[in-house]
Design a protein around this ligand. Structure first.
Ligand SMILES: Cc1cc2nc3c(=O)[nH]c(=O)nc-3n(C[C@H](O)[C@H](O)[C@H](O)COP(=O)(O)OP(=O)(O)OC[C@H]3O[C@@H](n4cnc5c(N)ncnc54)[C@H](O)[C@@H]3O)c2cc1C
Ligand code: FES
Length: 277
């Protein structure tokens, strides 16, 4: 998104909702420019007035839940895993969180008019990997009605890892769930029902976010069925702006061996990455 303006400002926390056992959805009252963000793009956050940790942390935009009078509400869905996410989970309403973005390249889809018939899509998320996928599903739904064969697959270790299933259902998607322990949906990894049912759906595109082994398995199924597959990739990030080169991922090409998640991604065509080599 070369002509997109990057904004840095203090957002105001207007709501925090617990999700599952260790996740939260935080809503930040932010400048309206964030409404231009594409699904799959991310922001980096720092808690205003707090020096620890030193580095900002990257988070996908989970959704834009309101736009009014030059402001917009940016939702971030996050899992508490360390110092920053713990601090973020404890911040009270009206607390200030410095937000910088939108950053990176998001998901893409073919431009079609509302009257043009569009094909089904498949969206697959593992654990906190659903974070960018709701915004994607909302944006696709805004462009055109949800195709009857579109599917959303959500996997997790146990029931409390299954996030946002009702949100996808409300948008009109058929949702398939699996948990490793069988406490919700089918028992086992989500890639199993995804693999088994892909031919019923015959999607135009597969969109995925989750752990690397899941993304690799999704890509292999997509390649087998010759369906384009876009994956949102996470790496540890320092600058988030293409300067430190710390977020390199291996590609499938011998010419350009590495791409950088913050600048070239986080969304890639899976066939460009190491999983295709
Ligand atoms: C483009 C992008 C989008 C992201 N979107 C989201 C999101 O929407 N929701 C969300 O909960 N998280 C997201 N993450 C991951 C998030 O940035 C990290 O969980 C966060 O930085 C952890 O900070 P911390 O200080 O709480 O934990 P730390 O103390 O920094 O780390 C705790 C543990 O998590 C590991 N870790 C940290 N960052 C990552 C990472 N990127 N990938 C894998 N392991 C990591 C560390 O190695 C360590 O073991 C995203 C990461 C990227 C790169
Ligand atoms: S995080 Fe610094 S270049 Fe990507």
């Amino acid at each position: 998104m070369t002509d997109q303006k990057i904004i840095q400002e203090n957002g105001i926390v207007v709501k925090t909702v617990p999700m599952g056992t260790d996740c939260r959805k935080i809503t930040l009252d932010s400048p309206e420019a964030f409404a231009e963000a594409r699904p799959g793009q991310f922001v980096t956050l720092a808690i205003a007035g707090m020096d620890t940790p030193l580095l900002r942390r990257p988070f996908s935009i989970h959704s834009i839940s309101g736009i009014k009078e030059g402001r917009c509400l940016v939702d971030i869905l996050f899992k508490v895993v360390g110092i920053f996410t713990k601090n973020l989970s404890e911040i009270k309403n009206q607390g200030r969180v410095n937000i910088l973005g939108p950053l990176g390249h998001g998901f893409t889809w073919p431009k079609k008019s509302r009257t043009e018939k569009s094909g089904p899509v498949v969206i697959i998320g593992g654990g906190i990997g659903v974070a960018p996928l709701l915004f994607l599903a909302q944006s696709l739904r805004q462009q055109r009605p949800v195709h009857e064969n579109s599917r959303v697959f959500i996997g997790g270790r146990t029931t409390s890892d299954i996030l946002c299933a009702d949100d996808f259902t409300r948008l009109g998607y058929k949702v398939i769930i699996s948990t490793d322990d069988g406490t919700r949906g089918e028992k086992g990894m989500i890639t199993t029902p995804f693999h088994a049912r892909l031919s019923d759906s015959r999607p135009e595109t597969i969109y995925a976010c989750g752990p690397m082994p899941m993304l690799k398995a999704v890509f292999e199924t997509a390649a087998e069925h010759k369906v384009p597959c876009q994956v949102s990739v996470e790496t540890v990030m320092a600058c988030g702006l293409g300067v430190c080169l710390g977020c390199a991922v291996k590609t499938s090409s011998d010419d350009i061996k590495f791409r950088h998640v913050c600048k070239d991604g986080p969304v890639f065509d899976a066939s460009e990455l190491w999983m295709a080599s």
